[in-house]
Design a protein around this ligand. Sequence first.
Ligand SMILES: [Zn+2]
Ligand SMILES: [Zn+2]
Length: 344
Amino acid sequence: MFDFDFRFLNTDNKPTSYFDKQGSIEQEGIYFDGEMLAFSEIQEVVRYRNRLSIIIKAGAKTAVDEFLLPHFNGFMICVDEEEAFDIKSMMDREYTALQVEERKEELKGQGEVHNFRKSECPTCKSHIDLSYLQPTRYIFCKHCDSIFNKHGNYTDLNDYKICPVCHYYNRIQITPKVEAYFYGKEDKAFAFQTTFQCDSCTKRELNSRIWKNMPFLIGAIGDFIARNRIETDIDSSYAELTRANLLGYQGQIEEAKPLYESMFLYVKDQPGVLYDFGKAYLDSALLLLEDAEFTGEEQALPYIAEAVRWLSRCLQMCSNYEPAIKLFEDNEGLEYEIDDEFEY
Ligand SMILES: [Zn+2]
Ligand SMILES: [Zn+2]
């Protein structure tokens, strides 16, 4: 059905062979170097750029057991970066269809089938289990990290996702990171990397290195390219997002607030931006609480209440938006008071 080249990776993300191996996605499952893994045996497939982690269901005995990594019920491969999204989506489509079907049968068995609800992602075609969740205007696909509306139309912009570095919702892209300067033995650098992160993270890093790189041609060119990338092709409705998120990340919510509020005029109730606003309040509160010199909790409490308010609003718009659910789970211990009207 679909053939692809891949290499197995070890726990250090290094390929274990010099040459490519053959993989193919067939009706019954996926072949890795001649061994078949049935779709019904897959728990999840996770992608980071060109790397895929294939996680096997607990207890499953499979033909690919020889490839499993130590202390991990799965294995990792790298594929061509251009094909990585499609390869993952083809796998996701098949095993999520089975999982959602299983869920339906399970609920049937419990006499709960009226609570069964599902959707299909218009971007990657994965099946999404929405059982017991309130129907909302937007739906989140955790398999490709995109937001779509209840009519099945893809609504957010292509590259807008949760950043793997700062965990804000923003445009993610690959940018060069060059550090090339020499100010004596103690203060020198000569490093080239590419980063995969949001524009706010690139801007933050640029702020700290741009003056150091400036007098040196290679460093200055690298920074020029990076700055150009984060400043071009921005959708005008999201123009302030990079600055707002960076301020939020640094705990400057009062400066970030008007920027978020002005964006809501254009992107009304977009779950990603609602999430960012909530997270910016939360980060500002957490920074205050972490500060050893800070004693007046009264200042942090209203920020926490605002964070809860905006994150709740995000879930009212998109009841399965996992990044917001995770923020609630990670910060369970925080106490707050909130008006009933915003309670989720
Ligand atoms: Zn999807
Ligand atoms: Zn970021």
